[in-house]
Design a protein around this ligand. Structure first.
Ligand SMILES: Cc1cc2nc3c(=O)[nH]c(=O)nc-3n(C[C@H](O)[C@H](O)[C@H](O)COP(=O)(O)O)c2cc1C
Length: 332
């Protein structure tokens, strides 16, 4: 089982942190589909230190989401430590995670995110400082390296362990790869064999069978799922069930998909406000609609939509359409 510090997860399936996606509305929904651990989207250390209003809202956690890991990012020790202390004392997160994988230039230019991957000594120094300053367990999420010529995954992971980090999530890509190419699972196996703290494998788990294969092939302690869960919390449920029973559950119906999409929308409205939530929900709705036959028209309409009622009507009309066509096929 996956255990981080003294927090025991009910299974090995972890929702990846995803900026612009993993707020409380989505996390709670995924949690209800059985995730052992959910991770929040990355939050800026400076935003926390300056008590930026938008950043403060990002720290909201519903008790029902727990156990939850809250991720911070930053490039300077002072602000990173201060932010970690704030999260430690003022939020109900169970774990404080440090981002060491974000590849975007806006972040790496500030010596944050994946930039750390070039310097195991800095990793040791920064992680130690955070660990010493807080009570909650500290973990790190990292990529395997900066580029093909700088893959320090083993050294970097060992630095995290020496510094008192309680677990690592490893995405088997370099910073330069961004999301291209295939995630390297061999490096996950190599890192697992070189540390004694739990390792969560990440990268290209697209099906429940992939999750099992990652656990079996790398020996990692948990499996982290990102893109495959977008608009698809069933991926989490089906993975949990597959790992538990070896049986593969069926895919949800269009009605089930849209019901959860609407629940997600309503939670987002409660969290933000209707205007912001509906705009944000457009991309999620497109993900929920993935694989639904003939969805182009409704996706276009959703992209123009500004109110909850309009979005819900579009989704319900589409379900009615699909169900009518299905009944015609059955009758015919
Ligand atoms: C939209 C999006 C946002 C992401 N934001 C974060 C983030 O805030 N923090 C982080 O550590 N990784 C972030 N990632 C990386 C994912 O956590 C994960 O490592 C990556 O998607 C690979 O896993 P996957 O193949 O299961 O998607 C993000 C990925 C995506 C697609």
């Amino acid at each position: 089982m996956l255990k981080i510090g003294n927090i025991e997860m009910k299974n090995q399936v972890v929702l990846a942190p995803m900026a612009g996606v993993c707020n409380s509305a989505f996390r709670l929904t995924v949690k209800e589909f059985g995730a052992g651990l959910v991770c929040a989207e990355m939050v800026s250390d400076k935003g926390i230190v300056l008590k930026n209003a938008k950043t403060m809202n990002m720290l909201y956690i519903d008790e029902r989401e727990k156990p939850l890991s809250l991720q911070i990012f930053g490039g300077e020790k002072k602000t990173l430590v201060e932010a970690a202390q704030f999260v430690d004392k003022n939020t109900n997160a169970d774990i404080i995670d440090i981002n060491m994988g974000c590849p975007v230039p806006k972040i790496t230019k500030c010596d944050a995110g994946a930039k750390w991957l070039l310097d195991p000594d800095k990793i040791y120094e920064m992680v130690s400082a955070v660990v010493d300053a807080v009570e909650k367990p500290v973990t790190v999420k990292m990529r395997m390296g900066w580029d093909e010529d700088h893959i320090f995954a083993v050294k970097n992971a060992q630095a995290v362990e020496r510094a008192g980090g309680q677990a690592i999530a490893l995405h088997g890509r370099t910073r330069v790869q961004m999301y291209e190419g295939k995630a390297n699972w061999d490096i996950i196996k190599e890192v697992k064999q070189s540390i004694n703290i739990p390792l969560i494998g990440n990268g290209d788990v697209q099906t429940p069978q992939d999750a099992k294969r990652m656990l079996d092939e790398t020996g990692c302690d948990g499996v982290m799922i990102g893109r495959a869960a977008l608009g698809n919390p069933w991926m989490i449920y089906r993975t949990v069930q597959f790992l538990k029973t070896g049986k593969l559950m069926g895919e949800p119906s269009v009605r089930e998909k849209m019901d959860v999409c609407i629940l997600h929308l309503d939670r987002l409205i409660a969290l933000k406000n209707e205007d912001v939530a509906v705009r944000e929900m457009r991309k999620h709705a497109a993900w929920y609609l993935k694989g639904v036959k003939g969805n182009a028209k409704v996706r276009n309409a959703i992209n123009e939509c500004n109110t909850r009622d309009h979005m819900v009507t579009l989704l319900n009309d589409m379900v009615a359409d699909v169900e009518e066509k299905e009944s015609q096929v059955t009758v015919g």
